[in-house]
Design a protein around this ligand. Structure first.
Ligand SMILES: *Cc1c(COP(=O)(O)O)cnc(C)c1O
Length: 409
């Protein structure tokens, strides 16, 4: 199948794109201290040039097909469909990508951009280590140094991912200050970056942060939706009724949604973690319970604690426990184009087991949130409907944790 090049805001004027300053309506922007504004503007300019450069796009598409293994399958989950007794359920199999998740789609793009900008290193923070591994992989391939900042607590908890990053040649920096977690890792990585922005590209791991990252990461992920759109037209001769994807920062969701946004008949549904319940403080339902505010260089929705600081959040899916959300999601909700729902840890765990047993596919716990919503939605929509869910990653990383949880139950 052909890979159309990344669609551009000017080629397809759309109410869903950011303006030149990276604002999606009132959300987004680049809210930065002066010492970071310059370097980030340089990234925006370089990305804009790369986006319009056929040679850059060719290199990128080439890696997607020859290295990542794209296009990924759009799989008709017939057993699951029969079990749920409603809409036909298709799964976009991002779990089959090299490294086992959607993240490689944007880390390769970021690494290519860093190279093009003459940087020698990419730097990022990581929580559970998934972004760090995907970035270390891309850096190894493209030939860049890679520095990953990680809270000391996470370094201890996520040992296999630390080993992977180091084997891939990355330098993992354990962050010992404060809560020794993701928040401190972000600060630590930003300080190193700010001290020598000429050497580094700060490679953000989702459609979050200052402009151009929400647009750029979406563009790199949008191959997911372009493929799915062509694949469903070929399989069913029509567009789906609904798209479902889990939302942490929101990159796998934006990747699936983007190619369908102007197809107004297609519902786009983001699924957030309700964790242990929306009435507890153990969730990460930013779209559902957040307020409008600034976080990590963007104006968006955020979950705050009683002191007005980003709240400590929780989800069984470690890739979706983020107290903010990509600004384009906040915009889609405001426009009434995107719907946002929640799923609890327990529901995600059930969906994890359901897919594993009915289809022989072990999904990531993050992706299991999307599946848990499909379990509710499919009977509701009925047998004439079609749903595409994004299976953002494979669950091998989660099997020990799930086995332990099930043993306790
Ligand atoms: C990181 C991750 C996510 C969450 O990231 P988004 O930017 O919200 O897509 C979802 N699924 C998997 C498998 C992940 O690794």
């Amino acid at each position: 199948m052909t890979h159309p090049t990344t669609t551009s805001p000017d080629a397809a004027p759309s109410p869903y794109r950011a303006d030149g300053s990276g604002y999606f309506g009132e959300f987004g922007g680049a809210i930065l201290p002066p010492f970071l504004a310059g370097p980030m503007a340089e990234v925006a300019e370089a990305y804009e040039a790369a986006r319009q450069d056929p040679e850059f796009q060719r290199q990128y598409q080439d890696l997607l097909s020859k290295y990542v293994g794209r296009p990924s399958l759009l799989y008709f989950a017939e057993n699951l469909t029969n079990r749920l007794g409603g809409a036909k359920v298709y799964l976009k199999r991002e779990d089959l990508n090299h490294t086992g998740a959607h993240k490689i789609n944007h880390t390769l793009g970021e690494a290519l951009l860093a190279k093009r900008m003459g940087k020698t290193k990419v730097i990022a923070e990581t929580g559970a280590g998934q972004h760090g591994v995907a970035l270390a992989t891309a850096a190894a391939l493209v030939g860049l140094e890679c520095e990953i900042h990680m809270g000391a607590i996470d370094v201890a908890k996520q040992h296999p991912n630390v080993v992977r990053m180091e084997l891939l040649g990355a330098k993992v920096v354990p962050v010992e200050r404060g809560g020794r977690s993701l928040k401190e890792a972000v600060d630590s990585a930003f300080e190193v970056y700010a001290a020598s922005p000429d050497e580094y590209l700060f490679a953000i791991g989702s459609v979050v942060g200052p402009h151009p990252f929400p647009s750029m990461v979406r563009d790199f992920q949008s191959v997911v939706g372009r493929e799915a759109r062509a694949q469903i037209l070929e399989a069913e001769g029509r567009l789906p009724d609904a798209l479902v994807a889990c939302v942490g920062g929101g990159s796998n969701a934006m990747g699936l949604f983007d190619a369908f946004l102007t197809d107004e008949s297609v519902r786009v549904i983001g699924v957030e973690p309700a964790g242990e319940g929306l009435d507890t403080d153990r969730h990460a339902a930013t779209m559902t319970l957040g307020v409008v505010g600034d976080l990590h260089g963007m104006h968006t929705k955020v979950l705050l604690d009683e002191n007005g600081e980003p709240a400590p959040v929780h989800s069984i899916g470690s890739g979706i426990d983020y107290p903010g959300v990509g600004p384009q999601h906040a915009h889609l909700e405001q426009l009434g184009r995107g719907e946002y729902v929640t799923v609890t840890d327990a529901e995600a765990l059930d969906a994890f087991q359901l897919l594993t047993r009915t289809e022989g596919i072990i999904p990531a716990l993050e992706s299991s949130h999307a599946l848990a919503h499909v379990v509710k939605l499919a009977p509701e929509l009925g047998p004439d409907a079609i749903i595409i869910a994004n299976l953002s990653g494979r669950g091998d990383k989660d099997v020990d944790f799930v086995a332990e949880r099930l043993a306790q139950a």
